[in-house]
Design a protein around this ligand. Structure first.
Ligand SMILES: [Zn+2]
Length: 176
């Protein structure tokens, strides 16, 4: 990942007054001395679901959008403004699969970073173990093209582009 794609490098001018003195003031912040505007490039919150079938296999999705179109992912997505991570994963499962959540239990958080449209995007994924009302009649839509169930030990981590999800699967394997 190129350091020139770090947010503090990409955002060269003050977005409030246009000053070219918009200066890096910390590892994820910039400050404008001309108008006193400060901005922090905080990690975006995301939520992902760990859903197992009766044989203990994990549900993975095929990404239908870039970055990493065609690669494996967990169901989930970004948390909207003023939304809880729990609300986000319930909403995403409904949008992506037409699925209804019966039970939800917090599992852990996993940091991630990836490059998209020339800037490094930082996220923090909140992961939940989720029981759906039914695994039948799921309809992949929105930004995924299909769902697959895999035994944890059979998942090829090279098919999973995101470090946060690789680390989630590693932790699940350790705790299995
Ligand atoms: Zn300014």
């Amino acid at each position: 990942m190129n350091s020139e794609n770090h947010p503090t490098e990409v955002f060269k001018f003050c977005p409030r007054c246009g000053s070219d003195k918009f200066t890096t003031s910390g590892p994820r912040s910039k400050h404008c001395p001309d108008c006193s505007f400060s901005y922090f490039f905080n990690a975006s919150a995301a939520a992902s679901a760990l859903i197992f079938d009766d044989e203990g296999r994990l549900m993975l999705t095929r990404r239908g959008i870039n970055p990493h179109k065609g690669k494996l992912d967990l169901p989930g997505g970004f948390v909207e403004h003023d939304e809880s991570a729990e609300e986000a994963i319930i909403r995403e499962l409904h949008e992506e699969l037409g699925a209804e959540v019966q039970d939800l239990k917090f599992y852990g958080t996993f940091p991630n970073q990836y490059e998209f449209s020339g800037i490094i995007v930082y996220t923090l994924d909140s992961t939940f173990i989720i029981k759906l009302k039914s695994l039948d009649n799921l309809h992949p839509q929105d930004d995924i093209t299909g769902i697959e169930f895999h035994k944890l030990e059979d998942i090829d981590l090279n098919d999973i582009p995101f470090r946060s999800i690789q680390n989630t699967i590693k932790k699940l394997r350790e705790n299995n």
